[in-house]
Design a protein around this ligand. Structure first.
Ligand SMILES: *Cc1c(COP(=O)(O)O)cnc(C)c1O
Length: 392
């Protein structure tokens, strides 16, 4: 029989589990020990060494799903981002990253990197030539985030990986929005994949965690810093995250299908002026998305029609709730102008393309008919509020 690789749902369910040899239970046993024998053992285990049985098993699952040799599990997405970045940068080095990167990542760089003597350049557009133009003799790392938050810009993974290889640079990507279900940057030559596991890996809005996947050599380099910084995850949460990841393939597929359908529905809706979703043919990154993504993801953004009141709209929603985070099985939305980009001036928001009426939408797994009906009734109510205000 041909030795074919198991499908992604089989790997989500089975890879990196721990066998219950004692009772033959179906799920991984949970080892909560923070104290392990050190005599006559091959490995000295300790939670902050990232090598308890449950931590190692889950790291294997992540590595398997990201098509890499090794992985590490962190206490938050930002623990993963900060540790991975600092592992490859030292005083005197330079980093290139997109302006459209996650707010916490921008804060980390802008608020902390000066004191480490690490220089950085934010680029407004993320075409390969934009990365190339920002490279200096002391550049060490190119940092990517695609699709990006909140306008879902795309970056060509293969082209940036090729550029980095030519210049001898390391590439890191925040792959949170796509998840390993929709995108495996390692297949295109990207070196280090970073996830906020708080999002699609956890998927139920009840876990805060992070993950990194890369070659064994790169993971060892990140680990050497990680054990000193101490951003490991509690084994109980590791165990919960392993359970969550068994359904990640099913969840993300349902979320991506809902997002594609909703993006088309909203594009054709008279009370919506603009939709941003890589799955729409007229999205500027659509061709790149087709090349490097299996699904277009569960995140989309849209702008309400002229004069529609965003507050009246969000208040009228029944199932869909305004919420800071994303990627849960329940649909949520945020207004970037009030949350992630609230500290920017109106001019800065405008240059970033963040209008006051922009809504970032995280698709859940609800039935698509209910989501459409909920959005439609809220849009109708918001437009009536405009009419009432006008008639007064
Ligand atoms: C949430 C998020 C992070 C940070 O993750 P935390 O788990 O909140 O620390 C990083 N990148 C992206 C794209 C995110 O959405």
């Amino acid at each position: 029989m041909k030795d074919s690789k198991p499908g992604v749902n089989t790997r989500c369910t089975h890879m990196g589990g721990l066998e219950d040899t004692l009772y033959k239970g179906a799920v991984s046993p949970l080892f909560m020990s923070t104290s392990y024998a050190y005599e006559e053992v091959e490995v000295k285990r300790y939670p902050r060494y990232f090598n308890t049985p449950n931590q190692e098993a889950l790291a294997q699952k992540v590595a398997n799903l990201e098509h890499t040799e090794a992985g590490l599990i962190f206490g938050s997405g930002m623990a993963a981002v900060s540790t991975a970045l600092l592992a490859f940068l030292r005083s005197g080095d330079h980093l290139v990253l997109p302006r459209q990167s996650y707010g916490g990542t921008q804060n980390l760089v802008q608020e902390e990197f000066d004191k480490f003597g690490i220089a950085y350049t934010f680029i407004d557009q993320t075409r390969p030539e934009d990365f190339e133009a920002a490279i200096r003799p002391n550049t060490r790392v190119l940092y990517l985030e695609t699709p990006s938050n909140p306008l879902l810009y795309l970056t060509d993974l293969q082209a940036v990986a090729d550029l980095a290889r030519r210049k001898g640079l390391v590439t890191l990507i925040d792959n949170t929005f796509a998840s390993p279900i929709n995108q495996n940057p390692a297949d295109f030559g990207i070196d280090v994949m970073i996830h906020s596991a708080t999002k699609y890996m956890g998927g139920h809005s009840d876990i805060c965690a992070g993950a990194v996947a890369a070659s064994a050599e790169h993971i060892d380099r990140i680990f050497q810093l990680a054990k000193n910084l101490g951003g490991s995850l509690s084994d109980y949460t590791v165990w919960l995250l392993e359970r969550s990841m068994k359904t990640m393939g099913l969840r993300v597929k349902a979320q991506s299908e809902n997002a594609l359908q909703l993006s088309r529905y909203l594009r054709d809706h008279a009370l919506v002026s603009r939709v941003y979703y890589p799955g729409l043919e007229d999205h500027p990154g659509h061709a790149i998305a087709r090349e490097q993504m299996r699904g277009y993801g569960g995140m989309l953004s849209f702008e309400l029609g002229e004069g529609l009141d965003t507050e009246a709209f969000t208040r009228a929603l029944r199932w869909i709730k305004p919420s800071m985070s994303l990627a849960g099985v329940e649909s949520t939305l945020t207004l970037p102008a009030q949350t992630s980009h609230g500290l920017l001036t109106p001019e800065q928001r405008k240059t970033s393309g963040i209008s006051d009426g922009l809504i970032r939408f995280s698709c859940g797994i609800e039935d698509i008919g209910d989501l459409k009906a909920d959005l439609n009734q809220a849009l109708q109510l918001a437009s009536q509020a405009v009419a009432v205000a006008r008639d007064k």
